[in-house]
Design a binder for this molecule. Structure first.
Ligand code: ZN
Ligand code: MN
Length: 471
């Protein structure tokens, strides 16, 4: 049972950009602006010019329902858009079209690996809204001399996913973000690698105090750092006898600190009222058909992997935490020994890829199949297999070529036995030490044999041969 000594309560608001849709949410502008000059994907609607009228993008509503269902939410019968009024240059209309009462979906949950095992985080609601433009500051926000605005982003469809304040540590917050992104990736509704695809605001309070809202978090690691900083800051305020005030703070990614921006707005500050230019949508009939199209989600796939391939739960979790890796594994596992494939993909390949900042696309599944085949048929050692994987990533080639070039074929039988006999003959001191009970002396003899066989013998087999000869 996790005690939560500081009484930490964290809730997250995640904005997901539906950047795989062809057009923005209320106009026909293309969403494919990421490589184009600023302000080149705009029209009267997304610039908020007087007299322009929004038209809802049906595909965006379908994606929103899909997300709600994947997060175990109830999809409402009717949904309605509202105007959220505030004046800021990224929003030329003076209001944002969003939702208030009657959001598309609410009352869901997702499961994460918590501080004390599986932990359930409630989803308050998931609603639709439009993205504002992007403000570009010179240097940091508090020192910038001027600000530029790019409206290409204005009017992109966003889904805001609001969690209950159920996370009890920055680590849980990060796990929640990882899991959420994982689920969204499986739904194929956004490209998480594009700039601004997933943006996080974090609410945090400690010891029952007031909460601070932290804005401008753009990475999962950033969220964890910002929250860690906030816990220390709030504790220091309390220790000095002060009061933690409710406010909005800005996360400075470079310095990993949060800065006070303004006192926190309340809902009434925004003067929400129903958007008169968009009629309420009756969506009760949509959910069943959309539900039928939902793909297998990460938790379901993880459980199926454990069952179908008899692999460890940890491995299944690691494999399914990235859709591309899950697909890669399954294609390999169908043709090779599934357990060996899980071990080598999770424990070796993923590490080597991370180290080189590469993704699974950098490795061919045929190559994984050959490496496993070579291992299972005992033609190479485990060290040899690691060498092949590294060489493939660094220089390319094929596993068989590398085995030939580097002479990685495993040495067995008489050659190893002879090397073991030689090692015993040439190292009487180590032999005497071993017989006197010094276990470590055996390791040095194993080392001698490995050297004689140029590292191509199986260390475990060598150990057994030596033990047999010394016994
Ligand atoms: Zn437009
Ligand atoms: Mn929002």
């Amino acid at each position: 049972m996790y005690e939560n000594p500081d009484g930490v309560m964290i809730g997250l608001e995640v904005h997901v950009q539906l950047n795989k849709l062809k057009t923005k949410v209320f106009c026909g502008c293309s969403t494919d602006y990421h490589n184009d000059p600023p302000n080149s994907h705009v029209c009267p609607v997304c610039l908020g010019l007087p007299g322009s009228l929004p038209v809802i993008n049906k595909k965006a509503v379908e994606s929103a329902i899909k997300i709600g269902l994947a997060l175990n939410c109830n999809v409402e019968e009717h949904t309605q858009f509202y105007r959220k009024n505030y004046y800021y240059p990224d929003l030329p209309k003076g209001f944002q079209i969003t939702q208030y009462d009657f959001p598309i979906s609410s009352g869901g949950y997702i499961l994460i690996e918590g501080e004390d095992g599986e932990h359930r985080v409630g989803i308050t609601r998931a609603h639709m809204e439009e993205d504002p433009g992007r403000l570009v500051h010179e240097g940091t926000i508090d020192k910038s001399k001027y600000t530029l605005i790019d409206y290409n982003r204005s009017g992109m469809a966003l889904i805001e996913i609001v969690s209950d304040p159920d996370m009890r540590s920055p680590k849980e917050a990060r796990r929640y973000l990882d899991k959420l992104r994982n689920i969204l990736e499986y739904l194929d509704i956004f490209d998480g690698d594009l700039e601004g695809a997933l943006r996080v605001d974090a609410n945090i309070s400690i010891m029952g105090g007031q909460r601070a809202e932290i804005k401008n978090i753009s990475s999962h690691r950033g969220a964890e750092r910002a929250l860690l900083f906030e816990i220390v800051r709030q504790k220091n305020v309390l220790r000095r006898g002060g009061v933690v005030v409710q406010e909005t703070r800005h996360f400075d990614e470079a310095r990993e600190i949060t800065l006070s921006m303004r006192s926190k707005e309340e809902a009434h500050d925004y003067r929400y009222f129903p958007e008169p230019d968009l009629v309420p949508l009756k969506i009760s009939g949509w959910a069943p058909a959309i539900k039928a199209t939902l793909p297998e989600l990460p938790d379901a796939r993880r459980m199926r992997f454990v069952e179908q391939y008899s692999i460890a739960d940890d491995h299944a979790r690691a494999l399914t935490s990235e859709l591309k890796v899950a697909i890669f594994y399954e294609e390999v596992a169908k043709k090779a020994h599934p357990k060996t494939a899980a071990v080598w993909i999770c424990d070796v390949l993923k590490g080597e890829l991370n180290y080189r900042d590469l993704t699974i696309e950098a490795f061919k599944k045929e190559h994984m199949l050959s490496v496993i085949e070579l291992l299972v048929s005992k033609k190479i050692t485990e060290d040899g297999a690691v060498d092949i994987i590294r060489t493939l990533l660094d220089k390319g080639g094929s596993p068989i070529e590398i085995v030939k070039e580097k002479g990685l074929m495993k040495v067995e039988g008489d050659i190893v036995s002879m090397a073991a006999e030689e090692a015993i003959k040439e190292n009487p001191a180590a032999v005497a030490d071993f017989k006197a009970g010094k276990e470590k002396a055996l390791n040095s003899l194993v080392g001698v044999v490995m050297k004689k066989t140029k590292g191509r013998a199986d260390a475990r087999a060598v150990r057994e041969i030596l033990l047999g000869n010394l016994g």
